[in-house]
Design a binder for this molecule. Structure first.
Ligand SMILES: [Cu+2]
Length: 339
């Protein structure tokens, strides 16, 4: 008969194994936000450091755990109380030296990595970007080009980027897992970070500090492109909003002012459209996603957003404006033309 204890042990083991498998699944490198697939030197340095410390910790764990297990089994109470021992100078010296060596192995690369990620390599070109965290989306300003956009960060491949991080409201945290670790975005002060992308592609980022109800929906995309594509993008972003190209879009254009969208949104070229409560819409039609990354920018999704912004992203700061279906179609046509 299988004992109750045996069954309990099997159950405990099964739980442990499935838990480990569950945790292990989080480390899959092809996940869009995996830190085990670094695509730039800053993230690579951080990943290397993680791996080193993990291995050091694993070795310590195996040795200590092994000794513990050995001692528990060998000296377990078979007959009477085992003999107590006190003081063993050789053992104590060894047990002081070994941790000191382990700490040096961990400390030297840690300190060197800290210096490395603090500033871009001196003597190399750096592009500055100002990042502003807002509840619950991101603004990106390119001070040299005089361009501001929201939620979609474009950078040229292979160029050092220095991001100056500020917050308009609460504490956020700026994180592009494949390019660089988290840095807090704090009201009343500016934090710096740098990163570089080695390959063209689209990388996901997200806010990594709980910042209110829509925190989990505060994502963004980093579009890494060739210098030529980046230059073309910047030139386009610097232009004012496109004129409406159809009668329907023209109606949408007029509604943007009539329905008060401009109080919260900036649209360069429309008088008075300087709102900063919501994302900059000047070139919203050139972006692939809306609502800080959570929805693809399809006409259906933009319409659904305008119908009820709270449905897609509960708690966000755009109210339901009770727009008619006619007005929604006109606005979708207009916004789609803002390339
Ligand atoms: Cu946030």
């Amino acid at each position: 008969m299988v004992s109750r204890l045996f069954r309990l042990r099997v159950l405990a083991l099964a739980t442990l194994v499935s838990f480990a498998a569950f945790i292990g699944a989080a480390c899959t490198p092809d996940h869009p936000q995996s830190t085990f697939d670094s695509m730039g030197p800053v993230a690579q340095r951080q990943e290397d450091l993680f791996v080193l410390i993990f291995i050091a910790a694993l070795i310590v764990f195996l040795i200590v755990g092994g000794f513990l297990l050995f001692t528990v089994l060998k000296f377990r109470n078979r007959a009477g109380t085992p003999r107590q021992t006190h003081g063993n100078t050789r053992l104590e010296v060894i047990l002081t030296i070994i941790p000191a060596i382990v700490l040096i192995i961990v400390a030297v690369p840690t300190i060197s990595a800290l210096f490395y990620i603090a500033d871009p390599p001196s003597g190399e070109a750096v592009m500055d970007i100002n990042v502003t965290g807002k509840q619950w989306f991101w603004n990106f300003e390119y001070p040299d080009a005089g361009v501001t956009t929201s939620n979609e960060l474009h950078i040229p491949v292979g160029e050092n980027i220095r991001a100056t991080l500020r917050s308009d409201d609460v504490i956020h945290s700026f994180w592009i897992p494949k390019l660089a670790g988290k840095v807090d975005v704090i009201p009343t002060r500016a934090n710096d970070m740098w990163f570089k992308a080695d390959e063209v592609g689209v990388y996901w980022g997200q806010c990594a500090e709980f910042c209110g109800i829509a925190h989990a929906h505060m994502r963004f995309q980093v579009v890494v492109e060739t210098q030529a594509d980046f230059d073309a993008w910047v030139a386009k972003q610097a232009e004012p909003a496109a004129e409406p190209s159809s009668e329907l879009a023209q109606r949408g254009h007029d509604l943007v002012t009539a329905r008060g969208c401009i109080g919260c949104h900036t649209i360069d070229g429309i008088p008075g459209a300087v709102g900063t409560i919501g994302p900059n819409l000047t070139h919203v039609g050139s972006r692939t996603r809306i609502a800080s990354g959570i929805l693809e920018r399809t006409p259906e999704n933009v319409a659904a957003w305008l119908r009820d912004p709270q449905e897609a992203k509960p708690g966000n700061d755009m109210p339901n404006l009770n727009l008619s279906e006619d007005d929604i179609s006109a606005l979708v046509a207009y916004l789609d033309g803002l390339k």
